[in-house]
Design a protein. Structure first.
Length: 357
């Protein structure tokens, strides 16, 4: 068996065997240091500090580079649910929205709450075949948070395109370890506090697809735009904003300053290591774990190529693992383990020892 060491040397010192990145990622040392420095500065200069917009702008640029999308197509937000409500607000009256059964609530529930729209749910594997004339939007998570299954994104995208439907991708459980092409989707959202190693309150929205000139009919109305969405925020504090930003920044929420202070450093670390390297590392550990479970007589959920491994029949083991210093989670009656760059072969071995003892 090939031994895999943790990546990001010097950036992580977990006090546990942390196999829970599908719930929340660990913060790199450089990001934690940046937050501490910002807090110290804010004690003297207030939360606006000396530079409220700089860290957010650099985080936006770092995310765009990591995901291979134009920076001017990226907006900043606070949560997937808020961004989903924004997408829902852009839909016409009577629109049909197609989603996968059991997809993550923050993605689908705001769409279902949109008055005058109909949400149609189908099995995840049938999503592409279920697109039909009259479908206005297809929304799906790239990786299912419950069991780690990876959606057939190419099939969904092509089916939507054939019927004139827009696409909305939630990359929260994928960005940071799974190579993606977010520009291929009309909307793509990512809560960055999991695999992208950012603090909570860091969310990115990508406006992909072919839209034409910003502000034209291919672009939604910035219904929640506040002062930060003006071309010159210093001039857009009061009254109606006459000059919205000339990029996707017109869709920004006023951002959580400390979250984005750290985000630029977390994203920088991932860029240094490279998503393909993280992908190969995570999959090697996940496959080692799957093989160990099968050898012990357990059958993980079928999720080929995923860094998330969910297994029935082991949910009761979670408290015992926690007492032994191994952090996993239980979702839908499944024991869920998630493998990321700060994990190693030793972490897999320890978890299997406890599960098969």
């Amino acid at each position: 068996m090939q031994r895999h060491l943790a990546l990001g040397e010097g950036e992580f010192a977990p006090g546990t065997v942390y196999l829970n990145s599908a719930s929340s990622g660990l913060l790199p040392a450089r990001s934690a240091a940046a937050i501490r420095a910002a807090l110290t500065e804010s004690a003297s200069h207030g939360t606006m500090g000396r530079d409220y917009f700089g860290p957010a702008a650099r985080a936006r640029a770092a995310f765009a580079r990591l995901m291979g999308v134009p920076e001017e197509r990226v907006a900043l937000g606070s949560s997937v649910a808020v961004q989903s409500a924004f997408v829902a607000a852009s839909l016409p009256e009577g629109a049909e929205v197609l989603v996968a059964e059991g997809d993550f609530s923050s993605l689908v529930n705001p769409l279902a709450a949109r008055a005058g729209c109909t949400v149609r749910r189908v099995p995840r594997e049938a999503l592409a075949d279920a697109v039909r004339p009259g479908t206005a939007l297809v929304a799906v998570s790239a990786v299912h948070a419950l069991d780690g299954r990876i959606a057939d994104l190419a099939a969904v995208r092509e089916a939507a395109r054939a019927h004139g439907a827009r696409t909305y991708l939630d990359a929260t459980q994928a960005a940071g370890w799974l190579p993606l092409s977010l520009a291929d989707f009309d909307y793509a959202v990512c809560g960055a506090f999991k695999w992208l190693l950012c603090p909570r309150g860091t969310t990115f929205m990508v406006f992909g697809g072919e839209r034409g000139e910003l502000g034209g009919p291919g672009w939604p109305v910035p219904v929640h735009a506040g002062w930060a969405a003006g071309e010159d925020p210093g001039e857009s504090n009061y009254g109606v904003i006459d000059r919205p930003a000339t990029t996707a920044r017109r869709y920004d929420e006023p951002h959580a300053h400390y979250s984005y202070v750290a985000a630029e450093h977390s994203l920088g670390l991932l860029a240094e290591i490279g998503v393909p390297t993280v992908h190969a590392h995570n999959l090697a550990l996940a496959e080692q774990y799957r093989a160990g479970l099968r050898a012990a007589g357990y059958v993980p959920e079928d999720a080929p190529g995923s860094a998330i491994v969910s297994t029935p029949g082991l949910a009761d083991a979670e408290p015992r693992l926690a007492r032994a210093g191994v952090r996993v989670s239980v979702r839908g009656g499944l024991l869920r383990a998630a493998f990321h760059l700060y994990n190693s072969t030793d972490d897999v071995t320890r978890a299997l020892e406890l599960l098969t003892a």
